[in-house]
Design a protein around this ligand. Sequence first.
Ligand SMILES: NC(=O)c1ccc[n+]([C@@H]2O[C@H](COP(=O)([O-])OP(=O)(O)OC[C@H]3O[C@@H](n4cnc5c(N)ncnc54)[C@H](OP(=O)(O)O)[C@@H]3O)[C@@H](O)[C@H]2O)c1
Length: 276
Amino acid sequence: MFTIPDVTLNNGVRIPQLGFGVWQVDAGSVVDVVGTALQAGYRSIDTAAAYGNEEGVGEALRRSGIDRDQLFVTSKLWNSDHGYDATLRAFDASLQRLGLDRLDLYLIHWPLPARDAYVGTWKALERLYADGRVRAVGTSNFQIPHLRRVMEEGGIVPMVNQIELHPRLTQAELRRFHAEHRIATEAWSPLGQGNLLDDPTIGKIADAYGKTPAQTIIRWHLQTGNIAIPKSVTPERIRSNFDVFDFELSSGDVDAISALNADQRFGPDPDTFDVA
Ligand SMILES: NC(=O)c1ccc[n+]([C@@H]2O[C@H](COP(=O)([O-])OP(=O)(O)OC[C@H]3O[C@@H](n4cnc5c(N)ncnc54)[C@H](OP(=O)(O)O)[C@@H]3O)[C@@H](O)[C@H]2O)c1
């Protein structure tokens, strides 16, 4: 039995390098979908208050019978709950929906720079961390100026920044900043929301290893040090996306995939995105 590789965060907590994302997995199917993922071997689940499926994720975790300390559960604070007091309340509500007494990782979902509230929000995450209610805290969609501010005005360096990252958006500058400050890079939409799976370069490399394009991209994430959280509701894809620990891309192939960067986002721009 292999163990899933992990990344040690700047506070010593270990996060599996391959997790399972549940954005757009509807509440009606999430129990089965997460159940399939846990059976396939995933132990890390990435949800958010905004996904509307925390109850089902919690139910799937309980039904699996897997020990809580073998699981890594992430949730995120939604835009409508920024600010110190609202954040503390939103965290309690997420825990309650999940049916858990602590989280492994809690993230600020978006920085919303125009509202200028994220520093207060970050201080609430620091409080939750100090109180032992969450094992690690971090940010999502934070750009370098946002990270600098929470580091300067807060007391701790975020342990994770979860950002859009895939072969068409390799985020070299942000990843360098993360490395300098020991912030782990977590890749959302690691498959480019499925848009990269017919890329000819990726297809050619995948064929050479006898692997699928999705497996090849996931392997690229693992070998470049990212934490990746691919999503699928399709049982066969859920399983095959996890079947990536028996091959290794050459450094030339890793570089060829990195060279596909076109600074192309499939999701919103974090500097301007703001919905309630
Ligand atoms: N922090 C943030 O702001 C943020 C934003 C977006 C996403 N996320 C997180 O990142 C996770 C992953 O991102 P994502 O869901 O946007 O995109 P993704 O994982 O890059 O791609 C998911 C899409 O690819 C398809 N797919 C997955 N495996 C496949 C395979 N082996 N072959 C063919 N198609 C495949 C899925 O289809 P089916 O499901 O139909 O199989 C789905 O349409 C989310 O679930 C969420 O947890 C976070």
